[in-house]
Design a protein around this ligand. Structure first.
Ligand code: CO
Ligand code: CO
Length: 323
């Protein structure tokens, strides 16, 4: 879609759409640089309050992934013209309000229209340090890859719709999607990292590919070290795979070599389209342990799932996945 947008000539656009970055970055003055993004989607969980909270956490995530600090947001809502839906809409908005307030972000307005299927999300504006913009072109050889949330929300969401998930599974994946990437972002900025992205619709492999492609690097991934939701592994084993995940597998196949020992189910999970996924942080290897310790101290997952290299693989692929 972004390919249709015209080339950007304004020199104050510091990050545009060319490298599939998480958010746009615009310089107002040398000291004032803002970061902008928008995200909305259809209900991912049945509970309206948590749908609202997840939509807010997800919209904020692209600002955190860029290294920005979100300041204000605008509500975006579409909902059925049916008075019976209004109590749910109220709960959705309350979830969004509470999550934005947890993040310290003011909702300063927005826009709502009627639509058959409800949709909810936010446009977000934040500020960013001009020297610390974590865009997709900044990964370096030697970076360790640290992932901060479990993988498998797309598969679980499909399992929930089919009535195949226990309350415990639903609770765990809801809590994970509603968790802000705020502290993970603040910690990575304190320690100093090469770059970061958040894992959403294109899955772990797709978002990793975007950064490696913009940075002209390659990566070795260890599939056994990736944190997966147990419930997602069970569902994928039983053949529950969403359409978006199948599309990702097909689209990224040309860039990936899968080692013999990698189970089929892990290949599916690493391509699973995520909602409000974790940060994938590219940290210079000498700072890796410091970052992991700081994240784990605050009970944030910090899985070292692979490493970046600038040496081409013999087969010319960008990503090699082993056990
Ligand atoms: Co993103
Ligand atoms: Co986004």
């Amino acid at each position: 879609m972004l390919g249709q947008l015209p080339d950007i000539t304004d020199p104050n656009v510091l990050v545009g759409h060319a490298n599939s970055d998480d958010a746009g970055v615009y310089r107002i003055t040398d000291d004032i640089v803002v970061v902008l993004t928008a995200d909305f989607f259809t209900p991912i969980v049945d509970d309206p309050y948590w749908f609202g909270a997840i939509a807010a956490a997800n919209a904020l995530s692209d600002v955190y992934a860029m290294g920005g600090k979100p300041l204000v947001s605008l509500n975006i809502a579409m909902f059925p013209n049916n008075p019976e839906f209004f109590p749910s809409l109220k709960k959705i908005m309350q979830g969004g309000i509470d999550k934005m307030s947890e993040a310290g972000v003011s909702i300063i307005g927005g826009h709502t229209i009627r639509d058959k299927e409800p949709k909810y999300g936010f446009a977000v504006m934040g500020v960013i340090h001009p020297a610390k913009i974590l865009d997709n072109s900044k990964a370096q050889a030697g970076d360790a890859l640290i992932l901060t949330k479990k993988i498998g929300t797309g598969i679980i969401a499909t399992g929930v719709k089919a009535g195949k998930c226990s309350d415990a599974v639903i609770e765990e994946f809801t809590a994970s999607m509603a968790a802000l990437n705020k502290r993970a972002s603040e910690i990575m900025l304190e320690i100093g990292v090469s770059t970061a992205t958040d894992i959403t619709g294109f899955g772990l492999i797709g978002h990793l590919h975007e950064v490696l492609s913009a940075s002209k690097c390659r990566a070795q991934i260890y599939s056994g070290r990736v944190p997966y939701f147990e419930g997602a592994i069970r569902l994928a084993d039983a053949g529950v795979v969403p359409g978006g995940t199948k599309t990702n597998i097909k689209n990224y196949e040309p860039y990936v070599t899968w080692g013999k020992g990698v189970p089929e189910v892990e290949k599916i999970l690493m391509n699973d389209a995520q909602t409000s996924g974790g940060l994938l942080i590219f940290v210079p290897s000498e700072k890796k342990d410091k970052l992991i310790n700081a994240l784990e101290k605050e009970n944030i997952i910090a899985a070292h799932i692979g490493d970046v290299t600038d040496k081409p693989f013999e087969d010319g692929k960008r990503i090699h996945v082993g056990k």
